[in-house]
Design a protein around this ligand. Sequence first.
Ligand code: ZN
Length: 167
Amino acid sequence: MSDIEKVAEGVVVIIHFTLKDESGKVLDTSDGDEPMPYLHGYDNIVPGLEAALEDKKVGDKLSVVVPPEEGYGFKSGAADQAIPRDSFPADMEVEPEMQFFGEGDEGMVPIWVTRVTDDTVYITLDHPLAGASLHFDVEVVALRAANAEELEHGHPHGLTGEEGHDH
Ligand code: ZN
């Protein structure tokens, strides 16, 4: 039994979710899998969904439409950048929609691959869902207090808070 009654900052919220695009196509879901934990108030999930979950209780179900400005932002309109395929390790599989991290002005920034040819990889800083309205169906499965390490890291360590990871 958890003594946490509702979603608030510093609470690990465990949710089942389905994300659809405007046409109803499922983009991502925890259905058939373990529910997903996130740490509320620490930007683990898009702002629009995090705001909608505030004060929710175990068993609550909600459908939220998150506009781009509260989701993954808008497309920058910038052209994709081309980088030589051989700047990646030869044995590394590089595919469209793959995400990696690069050095930016303010630390590490996520970069997505848009297209791959024999000798060139095209990349963008735009999230693949930039510009999209996100249709979430969410159920709050469980709530628990975050432990000190999770609060320090700004993310949950698995469903129980005891899951190890390397950083
Ligand atoms: Zn951690």
